[in-house]
Ligand binder design. Structure first.
Ligand code: ADP
Length: 862
């Protein structure tokens, strides 16, 4: 009831306003009227009092004579005359004792009025006054004075009817006025309130609409007043809320989609109330319906795998204590007994004192991942097993391949040796016969064919040997300081000769200053350049060939160009393949198709790349850049000190040379004998053992490959004999490839030396192992020259200047009798003995000997 009344009165702002304004106007009007009436009443009372006093005084004045004369009748007349005043209540004249001598009400005559003021003897009062002023009556008293003596009193009572009537009128007017004011005020306030609340009402309506679900609704009030401002603020607030609401809804949606899609269950545990709330996904993850879950911690724990419970519980307790956040993997058991792997993660929410309030977290399924991991592990295991097996197979295959490769190397080395020797003879004699003018022309023609074919075969053998070395990975770079100038000069001379022979112009151009001494592999560089320039000469029929060198920073670019037939684009890469020859290459009938393969590998080994640019009919350019840093110290052959013999008074040194090759026997024997060693020779292993037993040599040069008993067996046998451990044995290896150094040392050799024999190394090895003291050429003035006429040592070939030696080697390799003869002729002045020696060998067509002895020792050790 009270509520309804309150709603009725204050339910709307407008009503409140109207009631408020009406009450205010009423209160103001009441106060105003009360004041006005009171003021009017006081004024009227005052006037009534003055009138009463004046009336009393006037009656006193008019009645004085009558009273003196005691004419009571006359006095009564005067009093009666006063009744004309409508408000007169009473009028009376009293004598000094207070007796009423005349009265408007004759019944009161002769009564006494006792409340008169006392008059002192002789005292007199002249001033009339009001005795009392009441609500209904004003009582005025005036003395009756005659000749300065008071003789009596006049008392007048005036009523208040007029006054009250006027006051009532005023009050009535006031009330009417107030009511009008309240009415007008209320109407005005009502209108104002309506205007005001109408705008607020719009906001209210918008608010109601939004509450009802119309989130797009806005108040949208125009104007600049507070209501419009409020509406704008309201709309802005709604916009902000809508945006936030939208973002929140999206985020919630995303979260829901993500958790559902990712099958992520969300749980919320109220630690204080001990309530555990799950979402739908959680129930799915545990394989139960919502109504099957009791919503407590224990109910959850009971669904975990028994083995995982205590671990999980411990983790949760630690999380509650704040030692860590809860998060681990565990297993749950579904009602059907199947086991699933879950992962949990959570955050603990705490109050200000750090006490845990809630724990909110997620669960997701790991079962498939676990299964995949297990499968992966199985596959990995299987794969490892496969890899192991495959590796073993590959290792076996590699071992087989390596041993096959070794066998191939040995075979090639043997074959090349075996092929070259008879080929030397065939070619030599064929060339000799070619000079025989007595033979008929057709025989000459046949001989030419034999020569050409033989040279081709020889080049093929050399190239095959090189390529096998490369393939076997036995070709390494032997870097050393060398005289670039010398090397280039040698090559230039050789090529110039051939070029001029064909009528081609040949030029060597340098751009910039070339370093004289550089650090690199002179031998490989020479071989590559000779091959490229050789090809240029070979394939160019007319025009020019050139070698251009461009120095760079620690490198040099080489460019071999010619004006030959050029190479077709589709052949450009193929020409580097082994045995590939272009049509013009095949047509030439020379070459092996291996030169470029070898060259490219050598350039790569030296740190460069061989490129070709060519176009049919427009010549070819082969180019490569090599790192060739300038060297401070040139390699000088004086590094090797020439041994003249043992020091005077040196005890005798017995050397056994076990070697089946007579040339080598002879070479070593003559070297050793010339320097004062005692030497004996053995042609096979068995003979070596016999001589060892008889003669007890200090040192044995043991060829590893000999008939009857080879070097390995002989060494082992000697080591087993008395004194066999004291003797020094050094293996001589003839193969183009290294024999297995480890195997050689294992049978008891102290060291090894590769053939062809390098004199300096020969002396060094013996000196080191036996502790010998030598006499050297640069210290012994009286020593005889090493190459006196008729006594030239084969090893002296290594003392020839590098370019000359290279030229000789190249000519010998090509079995080019004419070229060798030209070189030998040129040598006659400076190296007469060597020239004669080579001449002799050439007469016997022992080119191989020339080649072997021209090779620098390190070259053969590769
Ligand atoms: P070959 O022993 O045949 O010269 P190479 O490997 O040196 O073997 O060269 C392979 C082929 O490349 C040659 O047969 C030849 O056809 C071609 N070739 C090489 N150099 C040149 C050149 N300067 N001009 C034209 N063709 C060339």
């Amino acid at each position: 009831m009270f509520k309804r009344l309150r709603n009725l009165l204050f339910g709307s702002l407008r009503r409140q306003l109207i009631i408020g304004v009406a009450l205010t106007i009423t209160a103001v009007m009441a106060l105003f009227m009360w004041g006005a009436i009171e003021r009017q009443r006081a004024l009227l009372l005052e006037r009534q009092s003055e009138y009463a006093v004046a009336l009393a005084q006037s009656v006193a004045t008019s009645s004085a004579g009558w009273l003196q004369a005691r004419d009571f009748y006359g006095l009564q007349e005067i009093i009666y005359a006063q009744r004309r005043y409508p408000e007169l209540v009473y009028a009376m004249i009293l004598d000094l004792r207070g007796r009423i001598v005349a009265h408007s009400d004759p019944a009161r005559l002769n009564q006494f009025v006792l409340d008169l003021p006392k008059i002192d003897a002789g005292g007199i009062s002249y001033t009339p006054y009001i005795v009392s002023r009441g609500k209904d009556l004003v009582d005025a008293l005036s003395p009756v004075v005659l000749s300065n003596h008071q003789i009596g009193w006049v008392r007048v009572g005036l009523g208040q009817q007029t006054l009250n009537a006027r006051l009532a009128g005023i009050t009535r007017d006031g009330l009417v006025f107030a009511a009008a004011a309240i009415l007008i005020g209320s109407v005005l306030v009502g209108i104002m309130g309506w205007r005001l609340t109408r705008r607020l009402y719009v906001i209210r309506q918008a608010s109601d609409a939004i509450q009802a679900g119309d989130s797009r609704r806005r108040a949208r009030l125009d104007g600049v007043d507070e209501a419009a401002g409020l509406a704008r603020a309201f709309d802005d607030m709604l916009d902000t809320l809508a945006a936030r609401d939208q973002a929140l809804r999206l985020a919630t949606e995303r979260l829901q989609v993500a958790t559902r899609a990712g099958i992520i269950g969300i749980w919320d545990w109220d630690v204080v109330k001990r309530e555990l709330i799950w979402d739908d996904v959680m129930c799915r993850l545990y394989g139960i319906r919502h109504d099957q879950f009791a919503g407590t911690y224990d109910a959850w724990l009971s669904r975990l795998h028994a083995e995982d419970r205590s671990r999980v519980d411990q983790n949760i307790q630690e999380a509650l204590r704040g030692e860590r956040e809860y998060g681990l993997e565990f297993r749950v058991v579904w009602p059907d007994g199947s086991i699933r792997y879950l992962k949990a993660a959570s955050q603990t929410i705490r109050d200000q004192s750090g006490q845990p309030l809630r724990m909110v977290g997620i669960n997701y399924d790991l079962t498939e991942r676990k299964q995949a991991e297990a499968e992966l592990e199985q596959h990995r295991h299987h794969l490892e097993q496969l890899v192991r097996e495959r590796t073993e197979q590959l290792e076996r295959a590699r071992d087989t391949a390596e041993s096959a490769n070794r066998a191939k190397s040995v075979f090639l080395s043997n074959m090349s040796h075996e092929l070259r020797t008879p080929l030397n003879a065939i070619l030599g004699f064929a060339q000799l016969m070619e000079r025989d003018q007595r033979l008929p022309a057709d025989v000459h023609h046949n001989l030419e064919t034999i020569n050409r074919a033989g040279r081709h075969l020889l080049a093929l053998i050399n190239d095959v040997l090189d390529i096998s070395r490369i393939e076997a990975g036995r070709t390494t770079v032997q870097n050393a300081e060398f005289d670039l100038n010398d090397t280039l000069t040698g090559i230039e001379e050789m090529i110039r000769l051939r070029a001029e022979h064909k009528g081609l112009s040949f030029s060597v151009e340098h751009s910039g200053q070339l370093p004289r001494y550089v650090y690199g592999d002179a031998n490989h560089l020479r071989q590559v350049l000779i091959n490229l320039l050789g090809n240029a000469v070979k394939y160019t029929e007319q025009g020019r060939i050139s070698l251009r060198l461009t120095p760079g920073a620690d490198s040099i670019r080489f460019e071999v160009s010619d004006s030959g037939p050029g190479i077709a684009t589709n052949d450009l890469e193929r020409i580097f393949q082994p045995f590939y020859q272009t049509e013009s290459g095949v047509a030439k009938g020379e070459g092996t198709g291996l030169g470029l393969t070898i060259s490219r590998e050598y350039v790569r080994l030296m740190g460069g790349e061989l490129h070709v640019q060519s176009e049919l009919q427009h010549g070819s350019v082969f180019s490569f850049s090599l790192p060739l840093p300038e060297a401070d110290v040139p390699l000088v052959e004086s590094r090797q000190r020439r041994v003249l013999g043992l020091e005077p008074g040196h005890p005798a040194v017995r050397i056994l040379v076990a070697e089946d090759n007579p040339d080598n026997q002879e070479l070593i024997a003559s070297l050793l004998a010339s320097t004062g060693f005692e030497v004996r020779l053995a042609g096979n292993g068995r003979r070596a053992i016999e001589i060892f037993q008889d003669w007890q040599p200090h040192f044995i040069w043991m060829d590893m490959r000999m008939p009857v008993l080879d070097g390995y067996q002989a060494t082992q046998a000697i080591r087993a004999l008395p004194g066999g451990n004291e003797v020094k044995i050094v293996a001589l290896t003839a193969s183009a490839f290294h024999e297995d150094r480890a195997a050689i040392l294992a049978v008891g050799c102290d060291d090894m030396l590769a053939k062809p024999i390098d004199e300096t190394r020969l002396y060094l090895l013996m000196g080191d192992l036996l502790g010998l003291r030598y006499r050297y050429a640069d210290q012994a003035v009286s020593a005889s020259a090493p190459s006196k006429p008729g006594n030239a040592s084969p090893a002296d070939l290594t003392t020839l200047p590098e370019p000359l030696r290279a030229e000789l080697q190249a000519a010998a390799e090509l079995l080019d009798t004419d070229a060798v003869r030209t070189i030998v002729d040129g040598m006659l002045a400076d190296y007469p003995q060597l020239a004669r020696l080579i001449g002799e060998w050439m007469s016997d067509y022992r080119f191989e000997k020339i080649i072997e002895l021209c090779r620098r020792p390190e070259e053969d050790q590769r």
